[in-house]
Design a protein around this ligand. Structure first.
Ligand SMILES: Cc1ncc(COP(=O)(O)O)c(C=O)c1O
Length: 323
């Protein structure tokens, strides 16, 4: 999907390209013909985000899974924003799920991490020619063939841990694993509150005269409202984007007046965080370049936390009042 998080986009388009792995990007809302045309004889997987950061596009997981399977490849879904509390991509056909655990799973900005979850559903052996790493002997691991030894239930994740984690070192330190586990214990409670708060904040912004537009799938009339209800009936996440009337200058002035909400590039945290890309992460770009990148000059990304919602709204209200 072309709307994946910028860091992931760079990993795919730049770093992995140098490793000889190329990616074809498609608009997640493209036509069936366009999606079909993106597959190539050497395609190995399809990748998208349940809720794209920061575009907040909701992936039609079932449709992408069907397309991937028709071409004998797995669908990998980054489920970071939705979390397993709000969306279970395996139930819609995804084969592998990834998470940046740095976000809601940790929830307190305490540790950086990521994880891979294998559904064990993808039949590697049925497409053996595409996946020699799983269907031919691994000399570095006793000469075993993962798909034969562990079946489809365990082949991929065993290779990931036994060979790649061993060789590349992507293992969390004990203290980080401990901190992540503390976060996971309250994830279900926090997600419920994030969604309740975000819904109220989105409704407040939507009816405010100084706000040009609001993007939150929980709002009726949002392009992804119906799709969100299908895949995430209990709510999507706490992240909202909106535009301040008056563009870059007005958004900057609004940000400067906030008192409680934290200005940070971090998202999906227990504390409410806010970012105006045009005056921070993307400030080197002109208004025209910003529009082309899908991050207009007026765009503000708000990650609604679990504080008392009236306090969050009060801070937004006083900052809007002052511009
Ligand atoms: C959807 C998504 N996936 C992956 C990442 C990368 O996460 P990390 O910084 O933990 O590597 C991010 C970070 O913002 C993200 O939003």
């Amino acid at each position: 999907s072309s709307t994946v998080y910028g860091g992931t986009y760079n990993l795919f388009a730049v770093t992995m390209k140098k490793m000889g792995i190329s990616f074809t990007f498609v608009d997640p809302d493209c036509s069936d013909e366009e999606l079909e045309a993106a597959f190539q004889p050497n395609t190995k997987a399809v990748f998208g985000e349940t809720i794209a950061n920061p575009a907040l596009v909701i992936l039609d997981i079932e449709r992408f899974a069907k397309a991937a399977h028709a071409h004998g490849v797995p669908l990998i879904v980054d489920n970071t924003f939705a979390t397993p509390i709000n969306c279970r991509p395996f139930e819609w056909g995804a084969d592998i799920v990834t998470h940046s655990t740095t976000k809601y799973m940790d929830g307190h900005d305490a540790t950086v991490g990521g994880c891979i979850v294998d559904s064990g559903n993808f039949d590697w052996q049925a497409h053996a020619d595409k996946f020699p790493g799983l269907t031919t002997p691994d000399d570095s691991y006793h000469g075993i063939t993962y798909a034969e030894r562990f079946g489809k239930e365990g082949a991929y994740i065993t290779k990931a841990t036994a060979q790649l984690m061993r060789d590349l070192g992507s293992t969390p330190a004990p203290m980080n694993a401990y901190l992540l586990n503390l976060g996971l214990e309250t994830l279900a409670l926090r997600m419920e509150r994030h969604c309740q708060n975000a819904q109220k904040v989105a409704e407040f912004l939507n009816s405010h005269e100084k706000i040009a537009w609001v993007n939150y799938a929980g709002l009726e009339g949002n392009k992804y409202y119906e799709r969100a209800k299908k895949y995430m009936p209990n709510g999507t996440c706490g992240v909202i984007s909106f535009g301040v009337k008056g563009g870059r200058k007005a958004a900057e002035a609004f940000m400067a007046k906030l008192e409680q909400i934290i200005i940070a590039t971090h998202v999906a945290d227990a504390r409410t965080c806010i970012l105006h890309p045009a005056s921070s992460t993307h400030r080197q770009m002109t208004d025209t370049e910003l529009v082309a990148a899908g991050v207009g000059p007026d765009l503000v990304r708000l990650s609604v936390g679990i504080e008392y919602v009236d306090d969050i709204i009060a801070d937004l209200a006083q900052a809007l009042e002052s511009i």
